[in-house]
Design a protein around this ligand. Structure first.
Ligand code: SF4
Length: 356
């Protein structure tokens, strides 16, 4: 199989091409010109186009299926070159901005949620992806290719910046080298120009990898799937907690470099009668003391055979209000795409059933 051009940073491409300034042109064609065909890179000499075509691949990710929700969010199932499938989600939102005349106008904003692995090793009990086990890491090009394909497919102009969340299939910090490379490719100003400040790595809490990522000082944002304030419940939900307990995660987050204007996001899955009481809210305030944190409360949605129940709105609001009153920004997640396969891994699951 020929290597994909999407797997290269511009610097790597500059080393592979002579003269090296051609790398900038190739980057612009791919990420700003949206071309899928090397032949279309008309400012490159013919011989170079031929060489590139013989040596590299530029086939876009193949879309197997797409589900569009009534709220406009789209879930896309992609097939990789080796036949494995992964999924990504496009979340359109509205952002209020002030125009030149001082008027507040509503402005479309996009977030794309991408996968970093085929399957996952982490084994969270509430997750569909976990059931299929781990298959392999994605390459940087396969990570970048998801955003490129979605932008093209949904006619999002090349110059329109999007936010990226590494929150689809897989644990991004378990594939750190390729994820870091993808962060750099996304950020390239001759490419998609998505600054690390618009990229969020969402992790199950691999504390040693959080430390490693922090030491790289990329300026990226961090989201932690915390879900519980005591190790017993967290271990029940996320067996990985045996290896990386809550204390180790908090310690790693405290050492992580955060932009002054940003916060670390803590995801908290609320389960009726287990972690929805004010005692848990109080423990959470204590745990997050000293961290510029934002908490996102997520309703637990029971599925067939699940041992837990959905919390009541009253409990969610009381939890949120307690946190807000104690200096922690807290929101209740407005689930998007509830009418399509909403949980991570569900689209893939359904498509597999359809084929069998
Ligand atoms: S929730 Fe995320 S980290 Fe946990 S098993 Fe699923 S994909 Fe992996």
């Amino acid at each position: 199989m020929k290597p994909s051009l999407l797997d290269f940073t511009k610097e790597e491409l500059a080393q592979a091409l002579s003269p090296s300034f051609r790398a900038k042109q190739v980057f612009k064609w791919i990420y700003q010109g949206y071309v899928d065909d090397i032949e279309a890179m008309s400012n490159l000499p013919k011989a170079m186009r031929e060489h590139l075509g013989q040596t590299y691949d530029l086939t876009p990710l193949h879309v197997v299926r797409e589900e569009i929700s009534q709220d406009g969010s789209a879930k896309v199932l992609f097939q990789l070159r080796d036949g494995h499938t992964i999924e990504s989600v496009l979340l359109p939102m509205k952002e209020e901005v002030v125009d030149e005349e001082g008027r507040r106008v509503s402005h479309p904003k996009f977030t794309i949620c991408i996968s970093s692995q085929v399957g996952c090793k982490i084994g969270c009990t509430f997750c569909f992806t976990a059931k299929g086990g781990f298959v392999r890491n994605l390459s940087a090009g396969e990570i970048v290719g998801q955003v490129l394909a979605i932008k093209k497919r949904h006619n999002i102009a090349p110059e329109r910046r999007v936010n990226i969340v590494y929150m689809g299939m897989g644990e991004p910090l378990d594939n750190l080298p390729e994820v870091v490379k993808a962060v750099k490719i996304f950020a390239d100003i001759d490419g998609l120009s998505i600054s690390p400040k618009r990229q969020t790595i969402s992790t199950s809490g691999l504390s040693h990898q959080i430390k490693k990522l922090g030491e790289m000082n990329l300026g990226i944002l961090l989201a932690i799937s915390l879900h519980a304030v005591d190790d017993a419940l967290r271990q029940e939900l996320m067996p990985i907690n045996k290896a990386y307990n809550i204390a180790s995660i908090i310690e790693a987050v405290k050492a992580f470099p955060i932009d002054e204007r940003k916060r670390v996001m803590f995801e908290y899955l609320v389960i009726r009668g287990r972690n929805d009481d004010l005692g848990s809210a109080k423990k959470l305030v204590t745990l997050l003391h000293g961290i510029k944190a934002k908490v996102n409360l997520i309703y637990f949605n029971p599925h067939e055979g699940s041992a837990y129940q959905r919390p009541e709105l009253k409990a969610m609001e009381a939890f949120r209000d307690y946190l807000n009153a104690h200096g922690i920004v807290c929101t209740i997640r407005q689930s998007k795409g509830l009418d399509i396969s909403a949980a991570c891994g569900q689209l893939k699951e359904r498509s597999t059933h359809d084929r069998t």
